[in-house]
Design a protein. Structure first.
Length: 149
């Protein structure tokens, strides 16, 4: 594994854990009497309290997690783009191959967590919608992210 790959594995693992423990978890509290503040990844927080996870909150959740993932993937590639120039060509090629694999795995994990959390949030604590094949969820595309800039 290249040095870039090794750092990327740790960074993406930490980020996935942060999202699970902080971002996804907060959505469980939107029905409580006290407002909860959730990161929107666009500079303005999302604030919900005393509401059900249906309609606009569900749409906001879905749009926000898609925006997050596209933004995070681009951010990671921009970081690699800057760092990779310090290495010989052979290491660059290997690092890019590793990065593609690690970022794909990360995106699949986030997507799976997002789809599963959406399913749980639609439930009432006892009954939940049926699980769907992660690849067949229309609201969260599995591919097609583009970085610009």
């Amino acid at each position: 594994m290249t040095p870039i790959g090794a750092r990327l594995v740790v960074m993406l693992s930490d980020e996935r854990q942060r999202m699970a423990n902080e971002w996804f978890c907060k959505w469980h509290y939107i029905s409580g009497s006290m407002p909860v503040e959730i990161e929107s990844f666009n500079g303005r927080p999302i604030r919900y309290g005393g509401i059900r996870y249906t309609g606009v909150p569900q749409t906001i959740y879905r749009q926000t997690i898609q925006h997050y993932l596209a933004k995070k993937i681009c951010e990671v590639f921009y970081g690699i783009e800057d760092e990779i120039l310090r290495y010989p060509f052979a290491i660059r090629v290997q690092a890019l191959s590793e990065a593609k694999s690690f970022i794909t795995d990360f995106a699949q994990q986030i997507r799976h967590e997002a789809v599963e959390k959406d399913r749980i949030l639609q439930g009432d604590g006892f009954k939940f919608p049926q699980r769907q094949d992660n690849r067949g969820v229309g609201w969260f595309p599995a591919t097609g992210y583009r970085c610009t800039g």
